[in-house]
Design a protein around this ligand. Structure first.
Ligand SMILES: Nc1ncnc2c1ncn2[C@@H]1O[C@H](COP(=O)(O)OP(=O)(O)OP(=O)(O)O)[C@@H](O)[C@H]1O
Ligand SMILES: [Mg+2]
Length: 399
């Protein structure tokens, strides 16, 4: 079932999925829904019907106009724009004045530990939670003033599974098509296409209850793409999946971006997969602590290190230092700080002038980045913070 902030009242109609019988769904699809279906998540507030902030939005007038076009507000370079956005739940400051933008066609990842504010941010962007302060727009539409237009232009995959497992894959998609007003002529083609995008075309007639966790997740992503959204929000799409399925899902995500031009905003607490994103915002305790490309983030925390174990570390260290390298002695060997460590290995070995027994190049990882900016590792609980601080101190000494 959907997790929807109670204050919004949104999601009620999606919640009704459970109460629809299979026959009703299949029967309903015989009707051309392109002009008659209300938007699934409610409407804009009265007086909020002005167009997108920047220019003109394709298909903003009728729900059926969405399918088959990747409509964004024309001329909007940023698919998502967020300015000083905050959300408080009583005393809890879940999101604290975050600002960022996501470019059209970008894969943008929110990386942070449990409770960092990832889902809350997504809920505000998807109009399912009302911001306490600040502003945000998605596909050129303001989330508070134009929620209906925002909903029409987004796909959303929640952290918890929301498929009806008593329906087949195709029936789940058909129901979504009705909710989102995908026109009758386009439904079959879109269903074929999205099932192909996630390689589930052979399972279309199977009940979702027979699917593995990974297959169900991929079907949810396909469903999120069915109405050709401009921005697809994926909240922890790979959580709990095995590494192989996670890799397949990333293939799906990148394929969707490449073939459908959709902008992807996803959250994760897996460092390794965040590397697939074009840019990463690291969020911790409701604040963005760093935002850049994976490579740039890693560069920010320091250069590569090359660990050398030699036959005579003292002599090798002296020669390397006099050749201008920054060298320190590690536990059992030498540590040399070097840009592009791999490409320097041959020169280091030659300069050392003694037998080199072991070489290991260490590139900064996103783990190092998180540690650098937050003082702890992503898996640590707040109670472990003192350990994190001492690790950071160790890292700082190394650099
Ligand atoms: N409806 C709510 N009422 C009160 N507090 C909430 C509510 N939703 C979230 N919070 C609190 O806001 C903070 C951020 O929660 P959020 O769900 O956004 O984190 P998250 O980064 O998505 O974490 P996770 O990785 O566990 O999904 C947490 O302290 C959480 O307890
Ligand atoms: Mg979450």
């Amino acid at each position: 079932m959907l997790t929807v902030a109670p204050e919004s009242g949104a999601g009620c109609q999606e919640g009704a999925i459970r109460h629809w019988s299979r026959a009703a769904i299949v029967g309903t699809l015989d009707v051309d829904m392109s002009t008659s279906v209300p938007m699934p998540l409610g409407g804009d507030p009265p007086g909020a019907s002005s167009g997108p902030r920047v220019v003109h939005a394709a298909g903003s007038g009728t729900s059926g106009a969405r399918a088959g076009t990747s409509a964004v507000a024309v001329g909007v370079a940023a698919a998502v724009e967020v300015e000083s956005l905050s959300k408080h739940y009583g005393e809890v400051e879940a999101v604290k004045a975050v600002s960022f933008s996501v470019l059209t066609g970008e894969v943008f990842a929110f990386l942070g530990p449990n409770g960092a504010g990832k889902s809350t941010t997504i809920k505000m962007l998807c109009t399912l939670a009302r911001p306490t302060a600040g502003r945000a727009s998605v596909a050129g539409f303001d989330v508070e003033r134009q929620p209906k237009a925002v909903r029409r232009h987004i796909g959303l995959v929640f952290q918890d599974q929301t498929l009806d497992d008593q329906l087949t894959a195709e029936e789940n998609l058909r129901f979504h098509a009705v909710l989102y007003g995908v026109s009758h002529e386009q439904v079959a083609e879109r269903i074929d296409r999205v099932l192909r995008l996630v390689a589930l075309q052979d399972r279309r007639a199977d009940l979702v209850s027979t699917f593995s966790g990974g297959m169900a997740r991929r079907l949810e992503i396909a469903r999120g793409m069915l109405h050709t959204p401009a921005v697809l929000f994926l909240d922890e799409p790979t959580v709990g999946l095995d590494p192989q399925t996670r890799a397949l899902m990333w293939d799906d995500v990148l394929r969707m971006r490449d073939e459908e031009g959709v902008t992807i905003f996803l959250t994760t607490h897996y460092m390794d997969e965040a590397e697939n994103a074009d840019r990463i915002a690291i969020i911790d305790y409701g604040s963005i602590v760093a935002l850049d490309t994976p490579d740039a983030l890693k560069r920010q925390v320091g250069s590569d290190t090359v660990e050398l174990v030699t036959a005579d570390d003292a002599a090798a260290g002296a020669r390397l230092a006099s050749a201008g390298f920054q060298v320190s002695s590690g536990g059992d060997g030498l540590v040399v700080f070097a840009e592009n460590g791999e490409s320097q290995v041959a020169r280091l070995v030659e300069t050392a002038g003694v037998a080199v027994r072991n070489v290991h190049v260490h590139r900064p990882t996103l783990d190092d980045v998180f540690l650098h900016y937050t003082g702890r590792q992503i898996r640590e609980t707040p109670a472990d913070r003192s350990v994190g601080r001492s690790m950071r101190a160790r890292m700082a000494r190394r650099r």
